[in-house]
Write a protein that binds this ligand. Structure first.
Ligand SMILES: C[S@@+](CC[C@H](N)C(=O)[O-])C[C@H]1O[C@@H](n2cnc3c(N)ncnc32)[C@H](O)[C@@H]1O
Ligand code: SF4
Length: 402
């Protein structure tokens, strides 16, 4: 396995040219490794890409309709630009790929989408997806500063609003604009609208970790006031800020400043201990949030381990029309909150297992508490494809990686 990972890192073109062979190897490895006794309990997974009904059909597309954005968040992954993908090009790709799920995200802020050919905005984009793919589950990750007009919400299964703060001051410090109250009001409007699952994102950094406690209380109050009869409609998705893997182990100091210190994480753990003592808060934490994801790195689960993550393989389509195969690490076996596509949880778990590849990295290949080598793999694909557009529809037919 080590040899296999190293050979990918040395020659990433192999991943593109020999993806079918690599796929076979991954499936074989997953079987061998699972039998090999890990110090982390791995579920018994079916082959990464089963034959039959699901094969040849793209499971998940992460679509960046635009790189335009109205905020300037600290250390946003992406540079802003005025690039928007053409609706006509999208029609071609989606008709070919026929993904079963699409997440509209960015790049930039997806709700600011405008077709460069003058065929409309965000509502038209969602309407087009629905026309071409009547069964496709559509999710939206938005900064929540504005809700586009129109009837598009009835076609969207879930939305996640990146709030990332509990107070206007922290929000302004993180995002450079004073939109906290507006975003919170829009969150309430989403809860009053037709979208079944409304998530609130909180990316936990050294700058906002101190108000997680207040944020939880705030969200609980919102849940009580806005969805008393359907508390499952509101969920909170915490993520811990990690520096990007560079492959050289060095990160810009400005990124490192955002990483929570061990002291802060200890304090956070104590804050959750206190919150968990109150029955109503504990119920909310366990049923509507992934709070334990934040404290995991301070607990035993981050002990050195022979294997680390499972990877979700999905396709990313950028606003400039380039597409990449991507890996995301999935450290929750069930990956329940992260991309809930509106199924009951048993179906969801089954489907997420079908599209997740158990892809193991040994310690020493870049694993660490604050970085993930899977992100490096995605960057390798990215740099390979920097040269320009490839003939995606044809490749899509041949390989589940593409
Ligand atoms: C890039 S944004 C695009 C969608 C939309 N503009 C938004 O803010 O939700 C998608 C998500 O990436 C997160 N994000 C941005 N930069 C990040 C970074 N350096 N590390 C981790 N997450 C980041 C944001 O918090 C947001 O939840
Ligand atoms: S709103 Fe989203 S895309 Fe815009 S800067 Fe913030 S994280 Fe980046």
């Amino acid at each position: 396995m080590d040899r296999f990972v190293c050979s990918i890192a040395r020659n990433h073109a192999r991943l593109i040219n020999h993806s079918d062979l690599i796929l076979q190897k991954i499936n074989k490895i997953s079987v061998e490794e699972q039998g090999g006794g890990s110090d982390r309990q791995l579920p018994n997974l079916p082959p990464a890409f089963p034959s039959g009904e699901l094969s040849g059909r793209l499971a998940l597309l992460e679509l960046h309709p635009t790189d335009a954005c109205n905020l300037a968040c600290s250390k946003c992954y992406y540079d802003r630009s005025s690039t928007h993908i053409g609706l006509d090009w999208l029609v071609t790709l989606l008709s070919e790929w026929r993904p079963r799920g699409i997440v509209l995200v960015g790049g930039g802020e997806p709700t600011l989408y405008r077709d460069p050919g003058g065929q409309g905005g965000f509502e038209d984009l969602v309407g087009m997806i629905r026309r071409i793919l009547p069964e496709c589950k559509i999710g939206l990750i938005t900064n929540g500063t504005a809700i586009p007009p129109g009837h598009w919400q009835q076609h969207v299964t879930w939305v996640r609003i990146s709030l990332d703060a509990a107070t206007p001051e922290t929000y302004l410090g993180l995002k450079g604009k004073d939109y906290f109250t507006q975003v919170r009001n829009n969150l309430i409007r989403y809860l009053q609208g037709p979208i079944r699952s409304v998530g609130v994102g909180f990316l936990c950094t050294a700058l906002n970790v101190g108000e997680v406690n207040f944020f939880v209380q705030n969200m609980l109050e919102l849940s009580r006031n806005q969805c008393r009869d359907q508390p499952e409609r509101l969920n909170v998705q915490f993520r811990l800020f990690r520096t990007r893997a560079t492959g050289r182990g060095a990160h810009p100091s400005s990124e490192r400043e955002l990483v929570c210190s061990p002291l802060q994480l200890d304090e956070l753990k104590r804050a959750f201990d206190r919150l968990n003592r109150v029955l109503e808060v504990r119920t909310f934490l366990h049923q509507a949030t992934n709070w334990d994801k934040l404290i995991a790195p301070t607990a035993e689960s981050m002990k050195p381990s022979r294997f680390c993550f499972r990877a979700l393989v999905f396709r990313l389509l950028r606003a400039d029309g380039r597409a990449f195969p991507c890996f995301a690490h999935v450290d929750e076996a069930e990956y329940v909150l992260a991309e809930k596509l509106g199924q009951d949880s048993a179906t969801y778990v089954k489907e997420s297992e079908q599209r997740a590849v158990p892809f193991f990295f040994r310690e020493g290949s870049g694993c660490g508490e604050q970085q993930c080598p899977l992100m490096l793999e995605s960057h390798l694909f990215g740099s390979y494809l920097e040269g320009g557009l490839v003939d995606l529809p044809d490749r899509a037919k041949r390989s589940p990686f593409f």
